[in-house]
Design a binder for this molecule. Structure first.
Ligand code: DOR
Ligand code: ZN
Ligand code: ZN
Length: 367
């Protein structure tokens, strides 16, 4: 067995839920999943209930995270059409601003071009600003960021035209960065079943396939690989919903991903499509730089690149208890995740306790 030591993983895009949606995930289960996946820091999205758009909600989430998180974290603020000044005033206590420009899970959606421009003008230039943008809103976000003289990060790019646009913008020297998820790198709308086949060979139903951005075409998927040079980060967009919710008449979009991301990408290393350096760059170095994350002393992950394991939902730490990769055998496994010199997880057993994670937004909290 050859163990390889890598810098610990940092995920800039995770949905932790908690509070009114603790049945899907909370800070305890979500950060346990993160440590099992090799992550020591995650940045949590604000499309929660309540959404993180004001001081009261931010304070509630700070308290929940402080008491339950097992790894380090940051909290995003959510942009709305009405919180432009409030968001900017709370910036020091958050890891970034998230703007939803297209429909997805939860009510946080900005409709107004004026609000997009105002947030880009008011949000501090030294703090990350991320957008959920699809198709034409990617172009809108890049243009307004350019006009307001600030950087913008495009979340979960999934389509050929989007990655081509971003690549062209980067070639022109525009201040744009982007992330891609493992599910958009490995699955398409035509994949047999994103949740693994049942014993009869059939998938478990359409609700499990719902995710935003939607799984795309093979040509879109291949374009992401062709434009790997333009992809700054791999982010999971870990978005847990329960099985009964996914099987309901109105299934919410989202896949869990924290516990499978690294193994899937190590599969691409085995296939010769990526190198370990590509992984470290996109799951550590670039995330740290773009999101301005502090050093985590004595943090690393040890992997066994050859260890094969089969994804079994009941062995995962995420509370949603299912995986798009259920039943699949992946090659490459996290053996140990170390944070602050302590073994936080070993062979899937999480040792770090709730409440030991720290808020990386270095300013004082509202608590
Ligand atoms: O599929 C998704 N689920 N995409 C998003 O943008 C949000 C996420 C969620 O919060 O469930
Ligand atoms: Zn999104
Ligand atoms: Zn998301």
């Amino acid at each position: 067995m050859t163990l390889i030591k890598l810098p610990s993983l940092l995920d800039p895009h995770v949905h932790i839920r908690d509070l009114a949606q603790s049945h899907k995930e909370d800070w305890d289960s979500g950060t346990a999943a993160a440590l099992a996946g090799g992550y020591t820091c995650l940045l949590a999205m604000p499309n929660t209930t309540p959404p993180v758009t004001d001081t009261a909600a931010l304070t509630q989430y700070q308290q929940a995270a402080r008491s339950r998180a097992r790894c380090d974290y940051g909290l995003y603020l959510g942009a709305s059409d009405t919180n432009i000044e409030t968001a900017a005033s709370l910036a020091p206590q958050s890891c970034g601003l998230k703007m939803y420009l297209d429909q997805t899970f939860g009510p946080l959606r900005m409709e107004d071009l004026g609000s997009l421009m105002a947030h880009m003008q008011h949000w501090p230039a030294d703090k990350p600003l991320c957008v959920h943008a699809e198709g034409r809103t990617v172009a809108a976000a890049i243009l307004v960021a350019q006009l307001t003289g600030r950087a913008v990060h495009i979340c979960h790019v999934s389509r050929k035209d989007e990655i081509e646009l971003i690549h062209a913008a980067k070639d022109r020297g525009l201040d744009v960065t982007c992330e891609v998820t493992p599910h958009h790198l490995f699955l398409t709308a035509a994949s047999p079943s994103p949740v693994g086949a049942s014993s009869t060979g059939e998938g478990r139903g359409g609700g499990y396939r719902e995710v935003r951005p939607r799984l795309a075409t093979e040509s879109d998927r291949l374009a992401l690989w062709q434009h790997m040079a333009a992809i700054d980060c791999f982010a999971t967009d870990h978005a847990p919903h329960t099985q009964s919710e996914k099987e309901s008449g109105n299934p919410p979009p989202g896949f869990p991903g924290l516990e499978t991301a690294l193994a899937l990408l190590l599969g691409a290393v085995h296939d010769g499509r990526l190198t370990l350096d590509d992984i470290t760059l996109r799951m550590h170095t670039n995330v740290k730089r773009i999101f301005n994350l502090p050093d985590q002393p004595d943090a690393h992950v040890e992997i066994d690149p050859d260890l094969e394991w089969t994804v079994r939902a009941e062995e995962l730490h995420t509370r949603c208890q299912w995986s798009p990769w259920e039943g699949q055998t992946l090659k490459g496994r996290v053996v140990r995740t170390v944070l602050r010199g302590q073994v936080a997880c070993e062979y899937g057993k999480v040792l770090a306790q709730p409440g030991t994670g720290r808020d990386i937004s270095n300013q004082q909290s509202t608590i």
